[in-house]
Design a protein around this ligand. Structure first.
Ligand code: ZN
Length: 323
C-alpha cells in the first residue's frame, strides 16, 4: 500500500496535488490495504534488435487505489468498465516503473532511472535487476532522461548524495531542465508542486562538470539514438528512438501511463499530465506513427516486460507485450 511518504518519495504527490489543489489527497491517507503487487522474477528481459540488445529492467511496481482523480476526464464507472473488460482489478491500479538498457557495441545506455532509494518497499530494484542481467552501475556510460518526475530521475542519486551511475554522462532535454531549474517557474508554481521542484534540485545539485549534458529534443543524442519531442506530460517530455539494421525501437517514457487505460483511450488524461491537451495530441501522433511502421516500443509504465508492439483497437490502441 502506498502511504504518504511513498507518494512524496515517488515524486507523485506533487503533480497529483497540482491537479487536485491540495498537497495530499484524503484517499492517500485512508486507503484500504489491497496487498502488495507481485514483482516479476527475473526482473529483466532481453530483446535483440539488429546489432543492439535492449533490456527492460523493472525498478518496481506501485499499487494505488483507483479513485475519481486518476483519469481526469472520464467517469470512474467507465474507467472501471474498461479494466473489467480486460480482466483487470478495478479497486486499484498497479503502476510499474521500467527503465531500459541499450547495449550497443561497447556502449551501455540507460533510459530513465526509477525511484532508487526514494520510493516504497516494492520499488528501487533497478540495480539488483541490472546486476542479475550482468551489469554494474559503473558499466553505464550514458543515462538518457525522458523527463523530471521523481520516478524517472530519483535513481540518479542515493540518499548519501552520491551519483549512482558515477561514470555516466547524464543527457537531459534542454526544455525540461530549463523549466524545472527556473526559479521564477518554481516561485509561480502552486504550493503542491513545490516538492517536485525541490526533488529536481536535490537530484541535480552539484552534479560534476561534464556529467550533465543538455540536448535539443529532435536531435540525435548518440549514434543510432534520436530524441523526439513529446511535450505535454511535462513541458520537455522527450522520447528516444533506437535504430539498428533497419529496425527501430521507441522508448515512449510517459507518453501514456498504464496502456490498459491510456493507449486504449488516448484521449483520457492521467492525473500526472501537466498539459493534458498537448499530451493527448502527441500521444495520438506517436501511436499512429508507431502502429503504421510496425516498430517496437517500450513504455516506462507498461506491464512487464514493458516492450512489444502497438495495434489499432477501436478508437485507440492496444499494447501487445512480446512473449
Ligand atoms: Zn512516470
Amino acid at each position: 500500500m502506498l502511504n504518504r511518504r511513498d507518494f512524496l518519495a515517488a515524486g507523485l504527490a506533487a503533480p497529483l496535488a497540482y491537479a487536485a489543489g491540495s498537497f495530499v489527497p484524503a484517499w492517500a491517507q485512508s486507503a484500504p490495504n489491497f496487498g502488495a503487487p507481485t514483482l516479476p522474477n527475473p526482473g529483466f528481459r532481453r530483446m535483440k534488435m539488429g546489432d543492439v540488445e535492449i533490456i527492460s529492467l523493472i525498478d518496481g511496481i506501485a499499487r494505488r487505489p483507483l479513485g475519481e482523480e486518476f483519469v481526469k476526464n472520464a467517469p470512474l464507472a467507465e474507467v472501471k468498465a474498461l479494466l473489467t473488460s480486460q480482466g483487470l482489478p478495478t479497486d486499484y491500479i498497479d503502476v510499474p516503473f521500467t527503465p531500459f538498457l541499450v547495449v550497443a557495441g561497447n556502449r551501455r545506455i540507460l533510459m530513465d532511472t526509477g525511484l532508487g532509494e526514494w520510493g516504497g518497499p516494492t520499488t528501487g530494484k533497478l540495480l539488483e535487476n541490472l546486476r542479475a542481467a550482468g551489469f554494474q552501475a559503473g558499466d553505464i556510460d550514458t543515462v538518457l532522461i525522458t523527463h523530471y518526475h521523481g520516478d524517472h530521475i530519483n535513481g540518479l542519486r542515493n540518499k548519501a548524495g552520491e551519483f549512482v551511475f558515477s561514470k555516466a554522462k547524464v543527457l537531459v532535454p534542454s526544455v525540461e531542465h530549463g523549466f524545472w531549474m527556473d526559479d521564477a517557474k518554481m516561485a509561480a508554481a502552486p504550493a503542491g508542486m513545490k516538492g517536485a521542484f525541490d526533488n529536481v534540485r536535490r537530484t541535480f545539485a552539484q552534479m560534476p562538470a561534464g556529467m550533465l549534458q543538455r540536448f535539443e529534443p529532435g536531435t540525435e543524442v548518440l549514434p543510432g539514438i534520436k530524441s523526439i519531442a513529446a511535450f505535454g506530460h511535462t513541458p520537455g517530455h522527450t522520447l528516444f528512438e533506437v535504430a539498428s539494421a533497419g529496425q527501430t525501437f521507441t522508448f515512449v517514457g510517459d507518453l501514456t501511463n498504464v496502456p490498459a487505460l491510456f493507449a486504449r483511450n488516448p484521449d483520457w488524461a492521467v492525473t500526472f499530465d501537466m498539459d493534458a491537451e498537448a499530451a493527448r495530441k502527441v500521444r495520438r501522433e506517436v501511436f499512429q506513427r508507431i502502429t503504421a511502421s510496425g516498430s517496437m516500443l517500450g513504455g516506462f509504465h507498461f506491464p512487464f516486460p514493458a516492450f512489444g508492439k502497438m495495434a489499432a483497437s477501436g478508437s485507440g490502441y492496444a499494447f501487445q507485450a512480446i512473449a
